[in-house]
Design a protein around this ligand. Structure first.
Ligand SMILES: C[S@@+](CC[C@H](N)C(=O)[O-])C[C@H]1O[C@@H](n2cnc3c(N)ncnc32)[C@H](O)[C@@H]1O
Length: 214
């Protein structure tokens, strides 16, 4: 495991909420539904190396391994407490995943090591300079022809999402998301990016992003 020393925003902003994370994701945010859709979007093949950026308690990385047992799944997160839960879940489900402590802006992986990089609702934890550094790192670790698949807060498309917009704008890290800038930021190093659809949640409108390294 690689460790770096930087600050980061914990999953639910406050550490004391970490034990409730999976409950909230499952019953309030309906994460299994959008994670299933993101896995379908990624079309993971046998032999693929797949990285879950900011994997938290590992739900997506474990689902990747379950959906394609002949792929190699990796999960990276800055929070060792989240990774402890992730490791326990992957052991219980017999879905082996390599979990690493690390930061998205300094990935502990060689160039061109992944066929797919995926991420669910973590990019809005990063300030703009960190998003830009993360985009460069994603580009570096993707193989040529490799793909990025993200679901995160996007430009509001529903009336509810538009009403929530001003509230979410109070969080500096979420501004790029709500202004619809993720395709531009992740496209800048050389990915061809597009938004493929949306997903309504109680916390705001999410958007599915796809990027391809040409
Ligand atoms: C809202 S949670 C999402 C977790 C998981 N992807 C999911 O969908 O359940 C955001 C995660 O990003 C992690 N995180 C925040 N900033 C990070 C950074 N700079 N590098 C790596 N992980 C980070 C947090 O520790 C947290 O686990």
């Amino acid at each position: 495991m690689t460790e770096t020393k930087q600050d980061y925003i914990p999953a639910l902003s406050y550490r004391f909420l970490t034990p409730f994370y999976d409950f909230i994701q499952k019953y309030i945010v309906r994460d299994v539904r959008y994670k299933t859709l993101l896995i379908e979007q990624a079309k993971i093949q046998p032999g693929h190396h797949v990285l879950d950026l900011g994997c938290g308690t590992g739900t997506l990385a474990i689902m990747v391994k379950q959906s394609q047992p002949n792929a190699e799944a990796f999960g990276l997160d800055a929070d060792p407490d989240m990774l402890k839960v992730a490791k326990q879940k992957s052991d219980e489900k017999h879905a082996p995943v390599t979990f690493d402590v690390g930061f998205t802006n300094l990935l502990p992986y060689p160039d061109a090591s992944f066929d797919r990089v995926m991420s669910t609702i973590m990019i809005h934890h990063l300030k703009t300079p960190d998003k830009i550094r993360t985009a460069k790192e994603v580009f570096r670790v993707l193989k040529p022809g490799g793909e990025l698949h993200i679901i995160d807060f996007g430009k509001p498309t529903t009336i509810y999402g538009k009403l929530l917009g001003p509230f979410l704008h109070k969080f500096e890290e979420a501004n790029d998301n709500i202004d619809g800038k993720l395709p531009e930021i992740f496209g800048a190093p050389g990915l061809k990016t597009e938004i493929l659809g949306g997903f309504w949640t109680f916390f705001g409108d999410l958007a599915f992003l796809k990027g391809v390294k040409r």
